[in-house]
Write a protein that binds this ligand. Sequence first.
Ligand code: HEM
Length: 315
Amino acid sequence: MIADLVTTGPSTDKPSCKAMPSSVIVHSPHGRWKVCVLGLHLSTNTLMITVFSLSPNFYDKVCPQALPTIKRVVEVAVHKEHHMGASLLHLHFHDCFVNGCDGSLLLDSTYFETEKIARGNFISVRGLEVVNQIKGGVDRVCECPIVSCDDILAMAAQDSVVAVIFNTLVRLGRRDSTRAWKYLANSTLPSISMDLPQLISNFKNQGLNKRDLVALSDGHTIGFSQCVIFRNRIYNATDIDLAFSKERRATCPRTGGNTNLTPFDLTLARFDTTYSKNPDAFWVDFGKSMIRMGNIKPLTGKQGQIRVNCRKMNK
Ligand code: HEM
């Protein structure tokens, strides 16, 4: 019962520039304990659980213009560079898989090393300038820094590719970390050398299951990959469409050009369900899995901070 309440209780308090939301208090006539998840208080006569949960309506009252502003900036950026939607989705994933969704990927190095230079991120992390633009725009319309950099990543990922499908579902209210974890990024981000059991186990470590792995892998129907990642396949594999590999070789030579970018498929800017037998079921799964990924260890309540500049922790 405790687990249910902890994971599902919606936040009732609304954030403001002066005070971010406090907590949900749940009383149970059957319980004998008072539990405060953040701060653990115990008492003998009530079950009281204090949770900070994510909610789609987190900014509705305090800054109704926040989400439309994020959407507008994303649309302009994608219009300018079609693959930008892919890059923003990729950022959200690489942020959430390293110690949870906390915007740590966006931080520059200080007393810690930035995650941006971790193995799976170096050169692969694109679109950071758009995140900074969104932050500037949102802080202006909200008249204060109330939207976390991490919520911006989550919203931008959604707006980039799947807004029509699960527009109202994305959960918000995350806060930003005060440090980054380069070494953790090296060990927790899935790598291209992993086989299926390893990928399943990698996702399991994040609390995600096989269905999430399959659904989220469809993120690769948009965006680019660097030549070094698929060179071996287009020159040596026998189970590959010849026309496709020929086209890829045009931008990925046998030697050199490691960082040349090539689209994953022929519709690089369109998130599609080409690889799914049942598109309707796929969209449902993808929406759910995106939310589950966005729920990985978020910072909420009084944890972390709302960064003023996504690249730096506040002084
Ligand atoms: C299952 C394990 C995964 C592996 C091994 C993997 C691997 C990769 C690799 C190697 C690239 C190319 C990066 C580059 O060359 O710069 C890439 C790009 C990308 N990945 Fe994944 N990925 C995985 C899961 C995911 C998930 C869960 C998502 C999101 C739902 C995702 C979304 C993307 C997107 C959108 C791009 C294109 C980025 C861009 O064009 O800027 N990937 N991935």
